[in-house]
Ligand binder design. Structure first.
Ligand SMILES: [Fe+2]
Ligand SMILES: [Fe+2]
Length: 471
């Protein structure tokens, strides 16, 4: 197991102490990061928060838990341990040793991939920066800050790669990552979903379930990269990402659980008057976050992505477990399309279909969330069910951007869409209602009316633990 030098200004396991030039570059980026955090990070003032801090990368004891002032969180640079004699698993370089340096011919493509991933990390912190004011419990407030500081660390992870391997251009891009801001008119974040607001906690749980999960799949493809430092960085990020998924999954569990309980208790379809979120509003939020997250995977076919694959820069989800030649030459695959005005699947060259391949993996994973939420409804004795909308629903990227589709996949005229969309996507009335439930609950052991308490606390602590101290 590699050891992290935790006494350093920038905790790391990449040997920063031995690389003065790199250390100076990162130290010169750090003040800008701190300014950005102060300006765009969590707004709610706190004294300290019970946070997990990455201190190592091994299987055992990679994280330390303790109360720390959020602004003094120790953002560090950690790569998963190297794999002895790691070989590239796919594409033209399959079987060759993984690269420890950037191959000149792939420099700009790799840099682009890292910048796009890096841009999403601080974006979500920006989107979530006011949520602390309405946290439904101290436990949830702590989880929000945990997600935020780790997204900050993911930014560090990408900035490390840019500084260490991409020279002056890399340093410039690292600066740009702090200059673009979510929702900004002049310099927005690169990807659409990261410029949407996260105005309330139902959105936050849906975001961490659906949109962070897109991140998990993107990281999964970069973890396969022939560029070994990128692969090892992403492998470690995925470990932290698992907690973000957990926050989303169990967050929605608890919302659905509360709604179901009140529906049964009051024998009604509308839990709204009883202080919970009506099931149809939960469904609309789900529809929205799922559909904007599907757009993040890009068009159905992409020659860029085919080239990334052939070059060994970006693999498929669980590339090494796939039972094929890992080259995909002269193979076919089915992708989404519109034929005769209707959603359809058409066959294309497998190499160009990799966005669809990844989106399909993601969709299958999302189904598992819906299954578990429906189990909660079934166990409450309710006949109601949640569902993922059709993949053509509410899409602005790819083949389905050209049609209007209902959640069941029925194609609609513009007028029909306008007339019905309020039944499928959150309306202003829905958002105002959800916002009206968002009152902060900062007393240990207490919780807001619209969700159940968690089954367990964090790191063996009880739910009523003082996860956050206020000034
Ligand atoms: Fe992240
Ligand atoms: Fe995340």
């Amino acid at each position: 197991m590699s050891t992290a030098d935790y006494q350093e200004k920038i905790p790391n396991n990449v040997g920063l102490a031995d690389d003065r030039r790199l250390q100076r570059a990162l130290e010169s980026w750090q003040p800008g990061f701190r300014d950005w955090w102060a300006e765009m990070g969590p707004e709610l003032p706190t004294e300290d928060v019970y946070l997990r801090t990455a201190v190592n990368v091994g299987r055992e004891g990679w994280a330390h838990f303790g109360h720390v002032p959020v602004s003094e969180y120790r953002w560090g640079v950690f790569l998963a341990d190297p794999r002895q004699d790691r070989r590239i698993a796919f594409g033209e370089h399959k079987g060759e040793p993984a690269w420890q340096k950037v191959p000149g011919e792939y420099r700009s493509a790799l840099q682009r991939l890292i910048v796009i991933q890096g841009d999403t990390e601080p974006a979500s912190v920006e989107q979530q920066r006011r949520l602390g004011y309405t946290a439904p419990s101290l436990y949830d407030l702590r989880n929000l800050f945990q997600v935020n500081v780790e997204e900050g660390r993911h930014l560090w992870a990408m900035v490390y790669l840019l500084h260490a391997f991409f020279g002056r251009e890399g340093r410039e891009e690292a600066g740009e990552l702090l200059r673009r801001n979510s929702g900004s008119e002049d310099s927005p974040r690169i990807l659409g979903a990261f410029n949407e607001e996260t105005p309330d906690w139902l959105s936050f749980f849906m975001f961490t379930y659906f949109t962070d999960r897109d991140g998990k799949y993107q990281l999964g493809t970069l973890k396969e990269s022939g560029f070994d430092p990128l692969s090892r960085t992403c492998e470690f990020m995925l470990k932290e990402e698992a907690h973000h998924m957990f926050v989303g999954t169990t967050g929605v569990d608890r919302v659905v659980g509360r709604t179901a309980r009140l529906m049964v208790e009051h024998d009604t379809d509308d839990a709204g008057p009883h202080g919970a979120i009506p099931l149809n509003v939960i469904q609309k939020y789900l529809n929205f976050h799922y559909s904007v997250s599907l757009d993040l995977f890009g068009g159905e076919t992409s020659t860029n992505v085919a080239n990334y694959f052939s070059a060994g820069l970006k693999g498929r989800w669980q590339e090494e477990r796939r039972k094929d030649d890992h080259l995909l030459i002269d193979r076919g695959a089915y992708v989404d399309a519109v034929e005769d005005g209707e959603p359809a699947r058409v066959e294309v060259e497998a190499l160009t279909a990799l966005n669809t391949d990844l989106r399909d993996e993601y969709i299958a994973d999302c189904e598992s969330g819906v299954k578990r939420w429906n189990r909660i409804l079934a166990e409450a004795g309710l006949p109601h069910r949640l569902a993922l909308p059709h993949r053509a629903f509410n899409r602005y990227v790819g083949a389905f951007a050209g049609i209007n589709a209902s959640p069941s996949g029925e194609v609609l005229t513009d007028d029909e869409w306008e007339a019905h969309k309020g039944a499928w996507l959150p309306t202003d009335t829905d958002k105002t209602f959800v916002a009206s439930l968002m009152h902060p609950v900062y007393e240990p052991g207490k919780i807001a009316s619209w969700l159940e308490p968690p089954r367990n606390g964090i790191n063996g602590k009880p739910f009523d633990y003082e996860y956050v101290h206020f000034l």
